[in-house]
Design a binder for this molecule. Sequence first.
Ligand SMILES: Cc1cc2nc3c(=O)[nH]c(=O)nc-3n(C[C@H](O)[C@H](O)[C@H](O)COP(=O)(O)OP(=O)(O)OC[C@H]3O[C@@H](n4cnc5c(N)ncnc54)[C@H](O)[C@@H]3O)c2cc1C
Length: 404
Amino acid sequence: MKTTNYDIIIIGGGMVGASLACALADSTLKIAVIEGREPPAEWPADSFDIRVSAITRASENLFRHLGAWEEMQRLRVQPYQAMEVWDATGPGHIHFEAAELGEPNLGHIIENRVITRALRQRLREHHNIDYRCPAHPKGLLPLIDRAQLQLDDGSRLQAPLMVGADGAHSWLRQQAGIAVAERHYGQTAVVTTVQTEKHHQDTAWQRFLPSGPLAFLPLPGGRSSIVWSTTAEQAEHLLALDAGEFMAELGEAFAHRLGAITALGPRGAFPLKGRHAKQYVKPQLALVGDAAHTIHPLAGQGVNLGLADVEALAAVVLDAHRARRPIGALKTLRRYERARRGDNLLMLDAMGAFKSLFSNDTPGLRELRNLGLDLADHAGPVKNLIVARAMGLDALPAASLATS
Ligand SMILES: Cc1cc2nc3c(=O)[nH]c(=O)nc-3n(C[C@H](O)[C@H](O)[C@H](O)COP(=O)(O)OP(=O)(O)OC[C@H]3O[C@@H](n4cnc5c(N)ncnc54)[C@H](O)[C@@H]3O)c2cc1C
């Protein structure tokens, strides 16, 4: 069978891989995307994906730049104007409001299938992207200055740069022998969609319980997406309850802030683990998104970090391509690693510390964190700094790509 040549092969066409392909496509680069699963083409208007993402303003800007934002808006997005965070063990709370910052919103809650569908539509519109789905990699062969990929249908592809955007259990990362540092959060996230008696007020709510944070993320039509991070034992217990029992426990855990709760869909569970690849790059290879790092969802940063990887890697590759330097050379790719590793590690450390601080019921610590939340709530500049970081407004939204 003949071998097809590309400039870049991206394994994984999820939120991060599809974004990367689109970010590279306004060029003469020939790109292949290898993806195993197609997202649903349509769904009933009253059904919601149990997987949603809080998308920062920086990520929104990237989606706009890639030409996918309009389609996401057409499908369904929910802006949120405020964030309310409080501690179940004391009076400490913090409230963020978009209006206080002169911003139209703090970000959007979007179903993952909406994001993926809009991005994959854009993939198909680029003549220089060969989107192969369903397709699975089977073997990897490093050659001089390029790598060869064999797919399970027997076809062979080769390129000077292979990118792993294939998620937390990345096949490419394992093939490349790149080790991962792991952190056990000792928590599982139980997720589902509900309707609340009182409207969510376009607010993202998060209550810190000793067993972990419970988030109510606003969705269109007064619905909310639940992310309840708790011990593995309690998660197992919650999944085994019938709908009525589950709603009663959920209401209690949320201190009935939005009144009675009605179940709208199935429940799912995701064991949470922090992971950080020891290397993001090797000659002819780069990792992006969850393939390089996974993080506790309590601050809704996971895919946003992956999209920041996309911007950095696309900028480095497009720069090298314009200057006719080899795009897969280690020297080129290290610029990407240097740009992103520190930021990702900082966020991983911060989420680890946050999780430990709030899952600890030691009396002195409990009072200290309640005081800390209240102090931060009253300290304007500190509060603005926290929220600017959470919105990604301290990043350079799509600026590095805008000129390419
Ligand atoms: C409960 C929970 C809540 C979260 N909430 C948020 C949030 O609010 N905000 C946020 O920013 N992040 C959030 N995250 C994190 C976010 O979901 C991930 O960071 C994001 O999905 C990573 O995207 P990705 O494209 O890198 O990987 P993935 O989403 O895992 O996509 C990988 C893609 O590669 C494909 N693939 C994998 N292996 C192969 C293979 N061998 N062959 C072919 N294709 C392959 C898969 O089919 C998939 O399409 C949350 C995570 C969890 C668990």
